[in-house]
Design a protein around this ligand. Sequence first.
Ligand code: DGY
Length: 329
Amino acid sequence: MTVNKPRILVARRIFPEVVERLRTHFEVQSNDEDVAWGAAELAERLADKDGALTTGSQRIDAQLLAACPRLKIVANMAVGYNNFDVDAMSEAGVVGTNTPDVLTETTADFGFALVLATARRMTEAEHYLRAGRWQHWSYDMFAGAEVHGSTLGILGMGRIGQAIARRGAHGFGMRVLYHNRSRLAPEVEAECRAAYVSKEDLLAQADHLVLVLPYTAESHHAIGAAELARMKPTATLVNIARGGIVDDAALARALKERRIAAAGLDVFEGEPSVHPGLLEVPNVVLTPHIASATVATRLAMASLAADNLIAFFKEGRALTPVPGTAATT
Ligand code: DGY
């Protein structure tokens, strides 16, 4: 008797060895050309699939689910899952999974790198040098803001926020303030050497503010013109969370008018498009959503997404389910 293997769609190009491992368990269709399928094409390709491995750029919502009656699990190769309509997935009985933990330290490294690059004006200085404009030394050339000993503000104090706090407090002697939906346990605060403050105090006191909160309806434009106006004119802002948390048009204006000193952005509203105002100002460090991009971490993320699919179909339970989606087979 032949047992049909579950059918899986790998929606973006990922490590070939991970796809090969999936092929030992499943019938796999994989997007090796890495075409960015639109919603209709994704739905069409998923219509006869039992599971999917996605990245944060494929939206899984009620409309897509209605067209994919066999679908039981979507394994996101990302810790963020704002591409999932969690309620619609729960209603359709579809499990969603993400990739927590495996990217925490790598992403925190990058967040801290952006704090340093932004405060110390590294890309602005490099562009100046590459343009052949460096003629002589001067005392105030690209003089930036101090990082060590300054006040680090963290908005969103999950695993990555805590890892950034530890880097700031223990590595750079910074005073660390944070704001979060819920306050951390005292022992976690002590270990991170971080103090809980209101969002208003965080905005007013941070020399370097890092955004590490999930993107939800509540966090949409959590940083807009009003919040930027509360920040110090010497402050920097770093966003490694999600586009949409910052009102990019308001930020571009604030940077142009020097209402804050500088920003470091890895994520953008409507990415891969970037607000033209951000491209025009010199006081912003821009990177294309690469905070988790080391070879080892991206492989760990792809492997965990694959492990979720394998565990789900072999053992009936995903390893790292997203809360609120269906939990088991
Ligand atoms: C994540 O894991 O959420 C990163 O932003 C990559 O998408």
